[in-house]
Design a protein around this ligand. Structure first.
Ligand SMILES: *Cc1c(COP(=O)(O)O)cnc(C)c1O
Length: 453
């Protein structure tokens, strides 16, 4: 890419040339972070929580640096967003250039080419050898809302099925689609109607084959809703917030086949799994499934807010003019960032890097599991790997252990995130710009935290 000059060339690890090291110069939070977090408590509502008690001032490669000069290992990527690396030089350059050109026209007022280029790239990169179209939005939840709108308009039906452990966002419709009450839904109802829930394939806990789990879900949909009332089913190919649950082989294709046979739109929510994260451009590829619509966000633009719905042209074209859009959707700076990120995804070997990271994570966590039966399951693909913590006697979820391990790792300067319906999963989502040394050091710290817990 022409924007990459010699000055940025030497730091393609991303970020503002930060030393790639874990270094704690204070307890966390240090005094500067503590002062900023005290202001947060006064100025920002408690409902907007935070996981790591530091105020960030810089990030890149595999580290986040805080206001006191502590350098933390980043195994979370701001929830799978900075996949290409934080402040990646190609993205920083593209954003700066676009910001100097124009910051906004509203695509619905005067369109611009970069939005169309992003749509063309998504239409080309997503699974499916058929005519596709894409519409751009600001957040994952907004993309999901629009995918449901489009599916309803296309089918003339209202019902939507989401799955146990599913997560689709925090707006009203996406809260309804999301499974878990605390913290996402509790007290925030009433929720949008005509949303139904079906059982997920969760091999570690249900022991079902993919086809058997699909049969269970399909039978429930047919009995409780009726295929003729269903506009869409929406599912994460690998569930994110719900616990990095990887469905058994055959589950997703069986659901997709049933959808096709019954005129139901199959929506893959790839907001967390998309863009190289799983060692594939999209996780649907792993399972051999071709969705009718795909929602994307998170990793799409290296940290700039952008989201998309991509899918079969005849479904995407169902809406009348003016029915889709939004003031900021497909903002030109976010589109410039997305084009730079897509250039990195396609040309800088990051898919291969995600696979290498997956091998390191899986081998290490599996070795830990063989020594420690409190790790009940290790699962995931590419740079999206999790460990599920259990009581070894009963396999019951151990949320307290999980929270203790995560807290101890963070206190030692390693950013790890938890997830799972039962809060008993630690998920690893490192930026693909992290070096092996830092990744292994981060895992060492997690292993020590587990041994001490
Ligand atoms: C994060 C997430 C969303 C919501 O995205 P926001 O940008 O936070 O609105 C939706 N679906 C999945 C699978 C997600 O991981």
């Amino acid at each position: 890419m022409a924007l990459l000059d010699a000055e940025t060339e030497h730091r393609t690890q991303g970020g503002p040339g930060l030393p790639q090291q874990r270094r704690l110069v204070t307890d966390l939070p240090g005094p500067r972070s503590a002062a900023i977090l005290a202001r947060k408590a006064d100025a920002v509502p408690a409902g907007v929580g935070h996981t790591v008690p530091v105020a960030a001032v810089a990030a890149g490669g595999g580290v986040v640096v805080d206001a006191d000069g502590n350098s933390l290992i980043d195994l979370g990527s701001g929830i799978a967003v900075t996949t290409v690396g934080n402040a990646h030089p190609k993205i920083a350059a593209a954003v700066a250039a676009q910001a100097a050109q124009f910051t906004h026209t509203c695509f619905m007022i005067s369109p611009y080419e970069s939005y169309i280029e992003v749509a063309e790239a998504l239409n080309r990169l997503t699974p499916g050898d058929f005519a596709k179209k894409s519409a751009l939005f600001n957040s994952g939840a907004e993309a999901v809302e629009n995918a449901i709108k489009i599916a309803r308009k296309h089918t003339g039906r209202q019902g939507v099925v989401a799955f146990d452990h599913g997560y689709h966002g925090r707006t009203n419709l996406t809260m309804a689609l999301t499974a878990k009450s605390m913290p996402y839904k509790s007290g925030f109802g009433p929720f949008a109607p005509e949303v139904y829930r079906a059982p997920m394939s969760y091999p570690f806990r249900d022991g079902l084959t993919g086809p058997d789990a699909a049969e269970r879900a399909i039978s429930q949909m047919e009995k409780q809703i009726g295929a003729g009332n269903l506009a869409a089913i929406i599912i994460e190919p690998i569930q994110g917030e719900g616990g990095f649950i990887v469905p058994a082989d055959g589950f997703l294709p069986a659901l997709a086949d049933w959808c096709r046979a019954n005129g139901v739109v199959f929506i893959a929510d790839e907001v967390q799994t998309g863009f190289a994260r799983t060692g594939h451009m999209f996780a649907s590829e792993i399972f051999g499934v071709v969705p009718d619509l795909i929602t994307t966000a998170k990793g799409i633009a290296g940290g700039l807010p952008l989201a998309a719905v991509t899918g079969r042209a005849e479904i995407m074209d169902a809406s009348h003019a003016g029915g889709l859009g939004g003031t900021y959707g497909g903002n030109p700076i976010a589109c410039a960032a997305a084009l730079a990120a897509i250039d990195v995804f396609e040309n800088d070997g990051v898919i291969e890097r995600a696979q290498q990271i997956g091998t390191i994570l899986t081998e290490r966590l599996t070795a830990m599991q063989s020594q420690d039966p409190r790790i009940g399951d290790v699962r995931g693909h590419g740079a999206m790997i999790a460990a599920e913590f259990v009581d070894p006697e009963t396999n019951a979820p151990d949320a307290a252990l999980t929270a203790a391990v995560a807290k101890a790792a963070i206190a030692q300067g390693v950013i790890v995130l938890t997830c799972g319906t039962y809060g008993n999963v630690i998920r690893f989502l490192p930026p693909l710009s992290i070096g092996d040394d830092l990744l292994i050091e981060g895992l060492d710290v997690v292993a020590e935290a587990l041994a001490a817990a």
